[in-house]
Design a protein around this ligand. Sequence first.
Ligand code: TRP
Length: 327
Amino acid sequence: MSSVLTGITTNGPPHLGNYVGAMRPAIELSKKSKSFIFLADYHSLIKQQDPELTHQSTLSIAAAWIACGLDLENTIFYRQSSIPQIMELNWILTSITPKGLMNRAHAYKAIQDATNGKDKDKNVQMGLFNYPILMSSDILMFNADLIPVGSDQKQHIEMTRDIANKFNLTYGSFFNLPEPLIDKTTSYLPGLDGNKMSKSYSNYIDLFADEKKLKKQINQIKTDSLEPGEKKSQDSILYKYFKCFVGNNEIKKIDDYFNEGMGWGDLKKILFELINTELTPSREKYFDLINNPKKVEKILLEGESKAFEIASKNLRNIRSLVGIKTL
Ligand code: TRP
């Protein structure tokens, strides 16, 4: 049986991009497949160094997964940091990963390109450079097959396959080659400004703000200056939001509104209703969990004991393959 694995970095509150790209598809899959869902708290240290933020975000992202309906029967739900075997695998994989492969990572190249001046590595920590190896360790630790992610993560999954392949050729076949699961129409939600929605760019919409704040954030989605009555483009940022929140049957109606030239303000009101209707049932559960962290901790501890067991068994085999075993 194939297994599904995905994680979200805990460097801020859960946002709508996390929901659309990772949470919603993974929760659907968790109803029918064995799933590994985790909080990438060690990844978060690369992106920001605010301990309180990392801590709070771990709680809020965990609560969001549970509130949105993660199937806890089929799912092993855990913090990355509670499974130290992942860090050990990270070193084993680091030892065989070609530097040239990491040089090609989009996230690393983007920072280099944004740095004017001579020192291209000025804003690059080693953690960022090695980020794809830690992500590979997350996936390969559990030999997962299917990885639901937003399309921006595709390259990381390809790198995971390359690293797995390298290991298999070097030490003997052990790892599956995972596949990304990317729904092109519904898994990519841009940020307010049209760039990738990211906590690092402050262009995100909170997954669980109150209605007033959700309305306000939706109003901040960037639009052009076309007036009511003028035809709106399906290349617009707002249209991409609609694509993520209406089913195939209803998109026709939205297309008509865009073609007829409905004003941006009215389109945003419709979008707000759609998103709010989808999120309202989970919102209350979310706030209940946030106010009762012990409930979340208990659920995580249960998942972590299962994840620990699987990771220990796999790591024992991996260590043995590389020659680290009892004499
Ligand atoms: N890099 C992912 C993101 O920023 C988070 C992540 C870390 C992840 N490890 C993973 C996703 C393993 C899928 C599988 O969204």
